[in-house]
Design a protein around this ligand. Sequence first.
Ligand SMILES: [Zn+2]
Length: 83
Amino acid sequence: MSDTRFREETDHRLEDVDAGDHDRFAHYVMGRNPSAKITDAMVNGKPLRALCGKRWVPSRDASRYPVCPECQAIKDRILRKKA
Ligand SMILES: [Zn+2]
């Protein structure tokens, strides 16, 4: 229950397009208004920073990718701390 707000802020799955060195993952992004950040990043082509520290340019079509395990672990840790 207490993690609802956090979930809203972070549950945006985004495509990893950074260098193509790894499999494609959906990363979480943190912040007050990630939707605005993501829109801005898509419009301007500016990379965002994911929870795991990876920088990437978001795309609209990332929901078919698996969630980045590092982002997931960090998010779980934050949620545990908040609980
Ligand atoms: Zn990640």
